[in-house]
Design a protein around this ligand. Structure first.
Ligand SMILES: Cc1ncc(C[n+]2csc(CCOP(=O)(O)OP(=O)(O)O)c2C)c(N)n1
Ligand SMILES: [Mg+2]
Length: 1025
């Protein structure tokens, strides 16, 4: 028997080490458990009554700890303990009570015998614990049986000094204050029965990993489930349901394979048990109160999940497979560019076995594996907000992963780490890894450094259930357990479905090029359906007739649906989710609305956001900021950026909208300009004025939250959040604009192209601090050029610009702005909500303008009063272009140059113009770069008919707005016969690899030169000489 490999001397050493460690058990009553506790028995903790009545053990130095450890202090301890027990059995811990009751009188309590007994008990406990920690290493997880894992030594009884001769001896296990195996009231058991129980619980077809969890209650809960003496059993009715579900999963793939032999579908063959597993998990979740499930998953098995779990009509799936026709009533309508079938999202209601209803949404995703993870979590959190699901038990996120991507993609870690953060928590995500033991052509040994592909989840103390996918009942059990865990502990849990991939990466790929041995085994490996069928027949609970009936039923429905798919006419696409009724698609004109606010509302909210409770003691500096804000509101003058933003948030909240701003250090603001949360300097208490705008305001209605130090994950989360309900202003702020490139996939795959691919809108706002102020290459640029380059407005076509017919923004993929006044920032944020469609907004936000004396607005620019400065022909609203502020008339023939610019360089140009007393140069600010304000640009071109046209930017020529602007400006000029490309003069930095210089002096020189050049008396040399 392999159990007895190891000599007893090693065992002794191990025991000594553990004995000395076990002392840290005394910390167990603390809520935050010290790391050392995870490495010692929870069972070594004494009850409090014993602590008071019984002697407290003193530490035994290692040198004194011999085999016969009852020598010295320990024997004294035991004798004292026994005396205490004899006087009052209740005065000692239950386990000692049991011990004395079992052994006193039976044999003598002489130190020799008791010593051996105690020692054996301790060794046995070590062995039990070893199974709890490492039993999964011996579990039969690989359906192919190819897995070569070394069984850890500590699962060998010999290591603890036990021999074959001990198998039928009885040992004292004690009654311990823990659940599962050790909790049963059977303190004495034979070694054989103990071992077989351990093997059965921990080394079957489910490998449990949970001993990394520090929380004792959670471990006990799991132990109770895992070590139960009656192994799981499903009755015949339940088994038929499982069989039926497995049949659907299997036949679905077979059917697609026979009808569309060469189509790529990333089939689920080898992992068919995912479907019954998910369905059982969903049923159990619904029984436990879940009403909504948001699902994110990759390509593998997606169609099967769509058809069998989400219940997208099969005829529709088949029709799409055949190339499908575009919906008839969509002809001429906006249909976007579409996406391949295995990326599309959808949502349906699904009845459950327990008679409940679940709403399932499968989120659309790009090819980029795992990128959808944070989006799903953000959407789930938003659902929780909107359904007032405070316990987070009604809305749940489920993520399906591949083994290669779960281990390899960093966004997995970023998403996992949001799970327990107060403003990002969703009460636990259930993760299922379809672990087919290969990633395209890459073996696990080349694909990860960890033992399991799921090891990353250990970082957040999630339990992990590895399950052999060929044992369908084990899969069902693990999936149900995961659902129960999530609803009990409201935290993440992982099911690692160890399976295989029957064919290549896709159906036209040859796997034997790279995995010949594996595929040799796979070729002769029966499917999990065949295996289960065999098992059911053998059990006698099911007849061949029953089986044939199910097989026939499924196959005839598949065929019927296939026939129906031939003349299937798709419905108009459900391109806006439920809360979005009434919102306009890009081809429907949306009225332009004013964004000004009544002066009394501005005053009221202004007051609320610049005050705090009387006894609250903020930092002196912050107090000053608040006093200044109060003064600004009072006087209606000098409103700065921070206050302008707060006014936008506050007015939107009082209008009933949800506002959520997240990102690194956003509460204070990277540049100390926001101070949206105050900290009492004595008590540390926090106060957020924006939470106190209306009576009984829901504390989450305005949310501002510092995030983890992640861009990809957090931006993805906010994107998902923003997509749930249009009546919310969701903003993500990068610490500095350049850090946004850590989230590039979100911009490329979701934000810029999501509407076109998946017909889903978002009004997400992205704030990217941008501006050349000498802070070096990594803190100057929000990479404006990239956002502009991804904009999809045609540079050579001027769209309809008439205000009543204009759909320019609706038809564009997003808006990119670089605003220069607090009032304009206020209006652009409010515009996001005050329109009948949603469009992402990229804001190059300022840094040194936050405190710039000139960068202030008057309250009258925020209100809706006729005659006030912000009020023009249409009312008060966001200004896409700010004309020259010198009071020019409609025609200024004496102006020799029109400088167009965007962002903070305007203030430098204006200052230089004043300094040099230049009167014949006009400076206009293009506040909205994309989509390009053709109408306003042309208005300015007409105003200055003789002006040389200059684009001035502080960024290098290959960056900033130049490339984007020049093409469109040229189109606007050509239409007015004002010249062509060479007539657009460029003033800015030369092309550069790095965004900015690291030398401050050089920065100053470059900046001064470009500002001076824009105003120089001589004409500027054209770009093309
Ligand atoms: C971020 C990203 N990198 C690379 C790819 C290309 N790719 C598609 S599938 C795949 C293998 C995925 O392996 P795994 O996660 O184990 O899933 P499986 O296909 O085995 O189900 C790769 C590398 C991708 N889709 N996304
Ligand atoms: Mg894989």
């Amino acid at each position: 028997m392999v159990w007895f490999r190891i000599g007893s001397s090693v065992a002794k050493l191990a025991i000594r080490r553990t004995l000395s460690q076990s002392r840290c058990g005394s910390y167990a009553t603390r809520t935050r458990v010290l790391p050392c506790q995870t490495r010692c028995f929870h069972s070594t903790i004494l009850k409090s009554k014993a602590e008071s009545a019984a002697p407290v053990p003193r530490p035994v130095p290692l040198s004194k700890l011999t085999d016969s450890f009852l020598d010295g202090t320990s024997s004294v301890y035991l004798e004292e303990l026994q005396r205490a027990w004899e006087a009052d059995p209740n005065s000692v811990d239950e386990s000692w009570d049991n011990f004395f009751r079992n052994f006193v009188g039976q044999a003598s309590t002489s130190p020799g015998i008791s010593g051996q007994t105690i020692q054996e008990s301790m060794r046995l406990l070590l062995l039990v614990r070893a199974y709890q920690v490492n039993g999964h290493m011996k579990a039969k997880l690989d359906p192919l049986g190819l897995e070569k894992r070394e069984i850890p030594e500590d699962l060998t009884p010999g290591l603890y000094g036990f021999t074959e001769a001990d198998l039928d001896r009885e040992f004292f296990l004690g009654v311990w204050r823990m659940s599962g195996f050790l909790s049963e009231n059977r303190p004495v058991q034979t070694l054989r029965s103990i071992l077989s129980r351990l093997e059965q619980a921990y080394c079957g077809t489910i490998g449990y990993e949970y001993m990394h969890i520090a929380d004792r209650d959670k471990c006990n809960w799991l132990r109770d489930k895992i070590e139960t003496p009656t192994p799981r059993q499903y009755n015949s009715e339940r088994r038929m349901v499982i069989y039926d579900r497995l049949t659907w999963s299997t036949q679905f793939e077979n059917f697609l394979a026979t009808k569309w032999t060469t189509a790529k579908r990333f089939g689920l063959e080898g992992a068919e048990s995912l479907i019954p597993g998910m369905k059982e998990m969903f049923d159990r979740s619904a029984d436990l109160g879940v009403e909504n499930i948001v699902i994110g998953m990759p390509h593998r098995g997606r169609l099967n999940v769509l058809g069998n779990v989400v219940r997208k009509p099969l005829r529709q799936i088949f029709s799409e497979f055949s190339g499908g026709t575009r919906p008839v009533d969509e002809v001429g309508l906006y249909t976007g560019t579409g996406d391949v079938k295995y990326h599309l999202g959808t949502s349906y209601d699904r009845p459950t076995r327990g008679g409940k209803h679940l709403h399932l949404s499968l989120v659309a995703n790009p090819s980029h594996l795992e990128a959808v993870d944070p989006v799903v979590i953000g959407k789930t959190r938003a659902k929780q907000y909107y359904t007032k699901d405070e316990n987070r038990t009604k809305n749940m996120g489920i993520l399906i992963h591949g083994d290669g991507s779960f281990a390899g993609q960093g966004v997995v870690y970023e998403t996992l780490h949001l799970s327990a953060l107060p403003n990002y928590c969703t009460g636990g995500t259930v993760h299922i890894v379809v672990n087919n033991q290969v990633a395209f052509t890459t073996d696990p040994r080349e694909g990860r450094s960890s033992q399991y592909c799921t090891d990353v989840a250990k970082a957040l103390s999630a339990p992990i259930f590895h399950v052999n996918a060929d044992d369908i009942e084990a899969v069902v059990h693990a999936c149900e357990l995961a659902a129960e865990w999530r609803q009990t502990f409201h935290s993440d849990v992982v099911v690692d479905l160890v399976c295989y991939r029957r064919f290549g990466h896709n159906e036209i790929d040859e796997p034997s090029f790279t995995q010949p041995k594996m595929y040799k085994v796979i070729r002769s490996h029966p499917s999990s359906l065949q295996i289960y069928q065999e098992k059911l027949l053998q059990s006698g609970q099911v007849t061949q007739e029953d089986i044939d009936k199910i097989q026939k039923k499924v196959s005839s429905i598949l065929n019927e649906e296939y026939e129906a798919s031939k003349d299937y006419i798709p419905q108009k696409r459900d391109w806006l989710a439920s809360h979005w009724t009434g919102f306009k698609s890009p081809e429907q004109i949306s009225r332009i609305r004013n964004t000004g606010v009544k002066p009394e509302i501005l005053k009221n909210v202004g007051k609320a956001i610049s005050t705090f409770p009387e006894n609250f003691k903020p930092h002196r500096g912050v107090k000053r900021v608040y006093e200044q804000r109060a003064q600004m509101i009072e006087s209606g003058e000098g409103i700065d950026w921070g206050l302008g933003e707060a006014l936008a948030f506050a007015t939107l909240v009082v209008e009933g909208n949800h506002v959520r701003l997240s990102g690194q250090d956003v509460e204070r603001g990277t540049f100390s300009h926001r101070h949206s949360v105050l900290h009492d300097q004595e008590t540390g208490e926090e106060y957020c004025p924006l939470d106190h705008l209306i009576k009984n305001q829901d504390p989450e209605m305005f949310t501002v939250s510092n995030s983890s130090l992640s861009e990809f994950g957090v931006l993805g989360f906010e994107l998902g959040y923003s997509m749930e309900n249009p009546n919310s202003l969701v903003l993500w702020e990068a610490q500095f604009g350049d850090f946004a490139n850590g989230a590039q996939v979100m911009f490329d795959q979701f934000i810029s192209s999501g509407e076109a691919k998946w017909l889903r809108q978002t009004g997400l706002v992205v704030l990217l601090p941008h501006g050349y102020d000498g802070q070096g290459p990594e803190h100057s640029s929000g990479r404006l050029e990239r956002f502009l380059q991804m904009s999809d407005d045609n540079p050579y076509v001027i769209p309809e610009m008439d205000p009543t017919l204009r759909k320019q923004i609706q038809e564009c993929n997003w808006q990119v702005v670089n605003v220069t006044t607090p009032a304009n920032y206020f209006h652009v944020l409010r515009r996001q909500i005050h329109r009948d469609f949603r469009k992402p907004l990229i804001v190059m936000s300022p840094k040194n303008l936050l405190r710039h004396k000139q960068c202030v607005s008057n309250l009258s620019e925020f209100d809706d009063v006729k005659g006030h400065p912000g009020f023009d022909k249409q009312g008060t609203r966001f200004k896409r272009l700010i004309k020259d502020q010198s009071g020019h008339s409609d025609l200024e023939e004496g102006i020799r140059r029109l400088v167009l610019c965007s962002g903070k360089v305007y203030y430098e140009l204006d200052e230089e113009r004043k300094k040099s007393e230049t009167k014949d140069v006009a400076i206009c600010r293009v506040e909205q770069l994309c989509p390009f304000p053709y109408d306003l640009i042309q208005r300015e071109l007409k105003r200055y008919p003789n002006a040389e046209i200059v684009w001035c930017q502080e960024e290098p020529m290959n960056m900033g707005g130049y490339q984007y602007i020049a093409l469109r400006l040229c189109t606007a000029m050509k239409a007015l016969q004002r010249g062509n490309f060479n007539d657009i003069k460029y003033v800015g930095r030369l092309p550069s690899a790095a965004t900015a210089t690291g030398f401050y002096q050089l920065h100053v020189k470059e900046q001064t030169d470009l500002v001076k050049k824009a105003l120089q008396p001589d004409p500027i040399t054209p770009v093309i000489p």
